[in-house]
Design a protein around this ligand. Structure first.
Ligand code: HEC
Length: 122
């Protein structure tokens, strides 16, 4: 009797929540977990990590460099979209970031950049 009950309960629970829908809602809430998820989905983590410089500069270093700069957020969003080179040569040995246009939309980019800029304070 018990296994059947468990099975029926599972069906009821599963049909009650649309997993895709709840993930989509979650992706917009701007928390650290979601910023990291968005960055991973956008392919950023193939070249970046928060604390170590992998191919691109560590996001903690980026955060430190732009602290207190009034337009840091919009500057970084544009550079990610259009690509960047020459700013981190001392760390990356001259590597370039190709334009990331299309990897993430503006809203997602905003969430990821806010997250990057917050790292210096952590
Ligand atoms: C192919 C590897 C690669 C990918 C993919 C990549 N980056 Fe980069 N990123 C780099 C490199 C290399 C630099 C350093 C460029 C320079 O020296 O100006 C960089 C620099 C940056 C900077 C600092 C820019 C500045 O002007 O100081 C930010 C912010 C950044 N990346 C965010 C992102 C985000 C967000 C994504 C995902 C949408 C991403 N990157 C994807 C390689 C990459």
């Amino acid at each position: 009797m018990r296994p059947y009950l468990f099975f029926i309960m599972s069906l009821v629970l599963l049909s009650g929540c649309d997993i895709n829908e709840s993930m989509r809602a979650k992706a917009k809430d701007g928390t650290t977990a979601n910023a990291r998820e968005i960055a991973a989905n956008g392919g950023c983590m193939g070249c970046h990590a928060t604390s170590n410089s992998v191919y691109g500069p560590a996001w903690k270093l980026v955060s430190k460099r732009y602290q207190g700069m009034p337009k840091a957020r919009s500057i970084l969003i544009e550079r990610i979209k259009n690509g960047s080179y020459g700013r981190w040569d001392h760390i990356t040995d001259g590597k370039r970031m190709p334009p990331q246009k299309g990897a993430l939309n503006n809203e997602e980019l905003g969430i990821v950049v806010d997250y990057i800029l917050s790292l210096a304070k952590k």
